[in-house]
Design a protein around this ligand. Sequence first.
Ligand code: ADP
Ligand code: MG
Length: 364
Amino acid sequence: MSPSEALVRFENVQKSYDGEILVIKDLNLDIQKGEFLTMLGPSGSGKTTCLMMLAGFEPATSGEIYLENQPINCVPPHKRGIGMVFQNYALFPHMTIGENLAFPLEVRKMSKSEREIKVKKALDMVQLSGFADRRPAQLSGGQQQRVAVARALVFDPDVVLMDEPLGALDKNLREQMQYEIKHIHERLGVTVLYVTHDQSEALTMSNRVAVFDDGIIQQLAPPDVLYEQPENAFVADFIGDNNCLLGTVISEAEKSCVVKTDDGSEIEANKVNTAGVGSRSTLSIRPERVIINPEAGQVPNMFQATAEELIYLGDHIRTRMTVCGSNNFFVKIPNSSHHANLNKGDTVTIGWNEQDCRALNASD
Ligand code: ADP
Ligand code: MG
């Protein structure tokens, strides 16, 4: 990728707050113009720190950040053309909604008539026209967050940073707002860098997701690739439901390998990043890819399993099984399936395909 294609570029960026511990290790990340890119990771993994450095509120300890090919380390925050939305809205309580929205425009010395046009447009965008004269306290949480989104966009920034903006909202409203933000992004074509620890939010909204752990990007890929082709055990576990079986690689071919679990089961797997015959490997298998009572020869991996616990979840039954030496192996049985009447203590044959079983290096 040539430098001219990226709107934002982090190049070898490191960050330490105390001069000792690097909370961002060596960040290299290109964000394309118009892209919706999400940083997804557990609390403390360094997501907010990245946004603060890009916005200009924290200096990078080393490395360089570029905006449209220009290094921005010496550019003050208000000259970076970046809008921001935080979890706690951060609206000015003493100002009306209209004044809140006009504020970024005043800072940028826009004329009154221009301000009025832009404020009206921004309110329309988040379906709050008619609310201009209210104060933030007179709005619901969801409405306040819409205003915060409108305020971040009102001055037509090149990039909008959103740090867990929906974290304070309840589940239904959060899901509704995910779609609203996604649609605003599609309509405006603005570049969004979004931060969340919620994987379904990341998968719903993003063009690409950077999975963070411990100040390092573990994998950067579109949602479907992250889910279908996790590159390591952290990503496999963090994105979606996942089963892990631990074993030793006993043979290898170009794209596949056989892993023997500690109870002696031999499993054919898709070789992802194993470290050779004799090395330890974690096998990653999604619960919905496990087949109950497969026909003879249907899949290469077939084992006897015992149902230990069945949890009714409406559209499916989450079944914990003992198989291949693990008693923590989950299988998702659709409620419509005739296997849905499996009982606790039943023994069944289960199986899965080689390509649905990813062999990952366990020494990562
Ligand atoms: P995230 O947003 O992924 O939860 P942060 O970027 O907030 O992670 O934090 C990354 C690490 O940096 C954490 O260990 C956190 O304690 C530390 N940290 C964040 N902000 C500061 C600060 N202002 N001073 C010192 N340490 C900080
Ligand atoms: Mg944070």
